[in-house]
Design a protein around this ligand. Structure first.
Ligand code: GDP
Ligand code: GDP
Length: 487
């Protein structure tokens, strides 16, 4: 998907008709994705050779009272902020209405690229309306008939040059990092950890509740170092990333605070920042969950940390505003205790105290990021693993359901980023969660892999190698065991 197009306009002008035409049979609603709310429909669209995401501000029709204007405005603003390009639709038969003018106003202020469409444009009845559309000050209107499929060529010729620009942008940003990387059978380059370079900087997301100090932290890092390329208009619509070199490491930091400011929505800040955080996590290799020492481990912090783990990212918890903490020793003890209790799936992940304001602790944060990245890429040889497995089984044999002992035969690392292991065994579906947890925790300790999400898959002797020839996540029919968490 190269760009996102939002179709906006008052009810009944034909937005859904166009949406359906663009999405066609490929209608793939993805509105349960983070960041996409129920009242906005999203679909995979195609117009000739262009592939893009289309957003429809459906659901407006139900509003009948005077709240309609307000709701329409809000929803439209949301759609505009999510989209790269807005298609503003009016009804050419009805001509320009006062409501259309309200929309035009919003779009002029808020949208970067607006395409104006005068719909229901088939036949002479639309002539006057098409001319009137010029008065909106949004350039030449496309005469469209969504119902009859007319004018789509003109839509194409307006979208096409924009699409090219967005494509270039996406290529340059080189967006989502490679995860779930299959490990080759040969074990020559076991110590190989891809070093961040200027072309492929280490992707870090700083997430956390509003006011945790994310902006301050990023500015502090930037202040210490030279800003390499300036603020980058990010990869997707609202991910804002900053390129920098921090203590010699090329990095791209996703600034969720910046995303929030760009969204310009002042209400529901809490909710919004979670959505932004979710998106940032997708782009990151390492996720720094920044907590406010005064209010640590709020529900929102836990959610985002859990999400980062489930997405298989390396996670670091940084406790900010440490400069104003009086009882540092006892506070640290409390924090560590809460961390272990509330986020057991991240056992051993670093907890770093920092002050974004004074810059204290930032070196330690940098080092923790590098270490976490290293662990995330860690590889263990099959020989080592099997020696280890023998020891683990001797120390604590797996259970024997119905008198038949589960045999763990063989183990190998199938992937990195994060580390994933396959254990061949006799009754894969009978291995209890607790036993998998025992193995995962053992792996962490014995191979020095604290914090990072570890994936462990139990597999029967006859199943094919789930990783063979694939780079993405394994099929869901496999039972996957993590630290007691479901993905
Ligand atoms: P929305 O509320 O903006 O999503 O509008 P709809 O897509 O639901 O369309 C409203 C009405 O306009 C429906 O009855 C459509 O059949 C009709 N309509 C949509 N596009 C056209 C068109 O190009 N020409 C004509 N004549 N009617 C259309
Ligand atoms: P964001 O919403 O997470 O980006 O948070 P900001 O960076 O805007 O910071 C929120 C508030 O916390 C601001 O008033 C900052 O000055 C303050 N703040 C941020 N970091 C620190 C810190 O390390 N120590 C202290 N005392 N205040 C901080």
């Amino acid at each position: 998907m190269s760009f996102t197009l939002a179709i906006v306009g008052r009810p009944n002008v034909g937005k859904s008709t166009l949406f359906n035409r663009l999405v066609g049979k490929r209608l793939a609603l993805v509105d349960d994705q983070p960041g996409v709310t129920r009242d906005l429909r999203e679909g995979a669209a195609r117009l000739a050779d262009l592939k893009f995401t289309v957003i429809d501000t459906a659901g407006l029709e139900e509003a009948t009272d005077e709240s309609l204007q307000g709701r329409m405005r809000k929803l439209t603003e949301k759609a505009v902020d999510m989209a790269d390009i807005c298609l503003f639709m009016i009804d050419a038969r009805a001509g320009v209405t006062p409501t259309d003018q309200v929309f035009a106003e919003i779009l002029r202020k808020r949208a970067d690229h607006v395409i104006l469409a005068a719909n229901k444009g088939e036949g002479a009845a639309a002539d006057a309306g098409v001319i009137e559309a010029y008065s909106l000050g949004l350039g030449e209107p496309i005469r469209l008939s969504a119902e009859h499929g007319e004018g789509l060529n003109d839509l194409y010729s307006q979208l096409q040059p924009l699409a090219d620009a967005f494509e270039e942008r996406a290529d340059a940003a080189n967006d989502t990092p490679e995860t779930d990387v299959t490990v080759d059978e040969d074990e020559d380059d076991l110590d190989y950890v891809p070093m961040p370079t200027n072309a492929k900087p280490l992707q870090v997301a700083v997430v956390g509740r509003p006011n945790a100090g994310k902006s301050t932290l990023i500015n502090q890092i930037l202040g210490e170092e030279r800003l390499l390329t300036g603020p980058e208009a990010g990869i997707t619509r609202d991910a804002i990333s900053l390129r920098m070199e921090w203590n010699g490491t090329p990095m791209r930091i996703f600034d969720t605070a910046g995303m929030r400011k760009k969204a310009k929505v002042q209400e529901k800040l809490e909710k919004l920042s979670v959505g932004d955080g979710l998106r940032a996590v997708k782009f990151a290799e390492v996720v720094v969950v920044l907590l406010d020492a005064a209010i640590p481990f709020e529900q929102q912090d836990l959610r985002i940390a859990d999400l980062a783990e489930r997405e298989g990212r390396a996670v670091i918890v940084a406790v900010n505003k440490w400069d104003i903490e009086d009882e540092k020793q006892s506070k640290l003890k409390d924090l560590k205790e809460s961390f272990e209790r509330l986020l057991p799936q991240l056992r051993g992940a670093p907890l770093i105290t920092v002050s974004a304001k004074t810059g204290r602790g930032l070196d330690r944060l940098h080092d923790a990021i590098m270490r976490a990245y290293d662990v995330w890429n860690r590889r263990v040889t099959t020989a080592q693993l099997n020696r280890w497995l023998t020891g683990m089984v001797e120390a604590h044999p797996p259970p024997a359901p119905q008198g038949k002992r589960i045999k763990l035969r063989y183990m190998t690392q199938a992937k990195t980023r994060p580390p994933g292991f396959v254990v061949m065994c006799s009754h894969p579906d009978k291995v209890p969660e607790s036993y998998s947890r025992y193995l995962v925790n053992g792996l962490r300790l014995d191979f020095d892999m604290p914090g990072t999400p570890i994936r462990l898959y139990m597999r029967g002797q006859n199943d094919a190698n789930p990783y063979k020839g694939r780079k993405k996540a394994p099929p869901s029919k496999l039972r996957k065991h993590t630290d007691g968490r479901r993905k």
